[in-house]
Design a protein around this ligand. Structure first.
Ligand code: NI
Length: 137
């Protein structure tokens, strides 16, 4: 078994705010991440596929194909955007790293023939979240 990864970097703005909560509750819950006009991150997304190497090609999958998919389905949509206002498939969710990476999984997984294993979204050098998909325990 092999795990093969491709890294994508993008810059985006967001604000953590749940409209179902009061302003006071939002400030308490999200702190400075609730500042009204948002803030930015240099995000890093590590996408890992897992599987055997094909006997003929010697590859788990063509990483160039993965790179093109990530560019079209994610990078072009989110880079230099405000995640809460500019990205239709993120609207209606609080843009925590957990929710953002899960939405990205939903876009990419159907195109990867069951090979997608993990998506790791770094929000900063110190904070990242790993997502193993909706069916992982
Ligand atoms: Ni943030």
């Amino acid at each position: 078994m092999f795990e093969l990864s491709r890294r994508l970097e993008f810059s985006a703005a967001h604000r953590l705010h749940n409209p179902a909560f009061s302003d006071a509750r939002n400030r308490e819950l999200y702190g400075v991440c609730n500042n009204p006009h948002g803030h930015g991150h240099n995000y890093v997304l590590d996408v890992t596929v897992r599987g055997p190497a094909d006997a003929d090609t010697g590859m788990v999958m063509d990483l160039n194909r993965l790179a093109v998919l990530l560019d079209e389905l994610i990078f072009q949509e989110v880079d230099h955007r405000h995640l809460d206002h500019d990205v239709a498939w993120l609207s209606g969710r609080v843009s925590t790293a957990e929710n953002v990476v899960a939405a990205m999984w939903e876009r990419i997984a159907p195109r990867l023939d069951g090979l997608l294993y993990r998506m790791r979204l770094w929000e900063s050098r110190h904070n990242f979240v790993d997502y193993l998909g909706p069916d992982a325990s």
